[in-house]
Ligand binder design. Structure first.
Ligand SMILES: Nc1ncnc2c1ncn2[C@@H]1O[C@H](COP(=O)(O)OP(=O)(O)OP(=O)(O)O)[C@@H](O)[C@H]1O
Ligand SMILES: [Mg+2]
Length: 254
């Protein structure tokens, strides 16, 4: 793979003290492409995407986005470059209402230079109803919402602003089956619009049907990187857990 890709990560290492969380991972995302990033607890999935979006800095390795080497030091920098990420643990700001959360950092202003609250109310409600999320008012504080509703808002927000790359870390964790299905439908739509996504999940059954390529991390190393059509779901499931037959994995790396 090369710099022609939207995202190109080369030999990424990350240490947390003695813990070697990423051990030389190469990771690419094409345009448009949906990459399913899977692996067991502690495999390094969140660490890798936090390195990509500037929450962490890799200890070693290079990240290229749209053909340029990048060293993002904050998530705001990656956002400005065109990468929107929804983290597993910090999807929304607790003390703000829905419309404020929806526009976080991208608030529209009116002709007086003040927040355009009317536009914020309208657009946030439209975004949520497009996803099939029924919320009574954009003025509700997110503290009053369920986990699933919060995740839904974070996803609707990411989908509303057309980013080049959207990273979703366990997006359906707290969602009902119906809401999860909707999220995956949206991911398909993103791709039809020429956007790319990284989809992180434990649930290979959910990710497999919507991904163009499957990447498996285990103990900080990439052990599978294959077009979806070239790898069976059962093979991926086995690789995630590890154990017998590991010596046969070599052919599943690009
Ligand atoms: N901020 C941190 N400080 C110290 N160690 C960390 C930190 N973040 C992650 N780690 C360690 O790095 C390794 C990879 O963690 P990571 O969160 O990337 O896993 P993951 O694949 O996202 O797992 P999960 O599926 O549970 O979310 C783990 O051993 C974890 O304990
Ligand atoms: Mg994680």
């Amino acid at each position: 793979m090369s710099d022609n890709n939207l995202l190109h990560c080369e030999n990424i290492h990350k240490y947390f003290g003695q813990v070697h969380a990423l051990e030389g991972v190469d990771f690419d995302v094409g345009q448009p492409e949906v990459v399913g990033l899977v692996g067991d607890n502690g495999a390094g999935k969140s660490t890798l995407i936090k390195c990509i979006c500037g929450i962490f800095q890799p200890t070693k390795g290079e990240i290229h986005f749209k053909g340029e080497e990048k060293e993002f030091t904050t998530p705001q920098e990656s956002l400005q470059a065109g990468i929107e990420s929804i983290q597993q643990d910090q999807a929304l700001v607790e003390d703000m209402d829905i419309k404020r959360n929806f526009f976080l950092g991208r608030e529209p202003k009116n002709s007086l230079g003040l927040l355009d609250l009317k536009e914020m109310r309208q657009a946030s409600m439209d975004g949520l109803s497009d996803m099939g999320l029924e919320i009574r008012s954009p003025d509700v504080n997110v503290r009053e919402l369920s986990g699933g509703q919060r995740q839904g808002i974070a996803i609707a927000r990411a989908l509303h602003f057309n980013f080049d790359l959207i990273i979703l870390d366990e997006p359906t964790n707290n969602l009902s089956i119906k809401e999860s299905k909707k999220v995956y439908e949206y991911i398909q739509q993103l791709k039809q619009n020429g956007l790319s996504a990284i989809l992180i999940s434990h649930a290979i059954q959910e990710v497999y049907p919507v991904s163009d390529r499957i990447v498996v991390l285990r103990n900080g190393e990439k052990i599978i990187d294959q077009d979806r059509e070239e790898v069976e779901m059962e093979e991926v499931e086995k690789a995630i857990v590890g154990g017998e037959g590991d010596e046969d994995l070599e052919h599943l790396l690009l």
